[in-house]
Design a protein around this ligand. Structure first.
Ligand SMILES: [Zn+2]
Length: 60
């Protein structure tokens, strides 16, 4: 039995850009935050995640 536990960070920006990133291993919330920060993702109030492209484009 395999249990695949990973976090997915999906962009909640406008235009349904569909960007998402995955952490292919079991991740703690702190690890997810670290990856998000290092890769340019931003967490917004309300639990939304904004991908680097949307952030750069000013969609926040
Ligand atoms: Zn996006």
């Amino acid at each position: 039995m395999s249990v695949a536990t990973y976090a997915e960070i999906r962009c909640d920006g406008p235009d349904e850009c569909g960007n998402a990133t995955h952490l292919p291993y079991s991740s703690t919330a702190a690890e997810v935050r670290a990856v998000r920060r290092e890769s340019g993702w931003h967490a917004r109030p309300g639990g939304r995640d904004i991908c680097p492209a949307c952030w750069t484009a000013g969609h926040r």
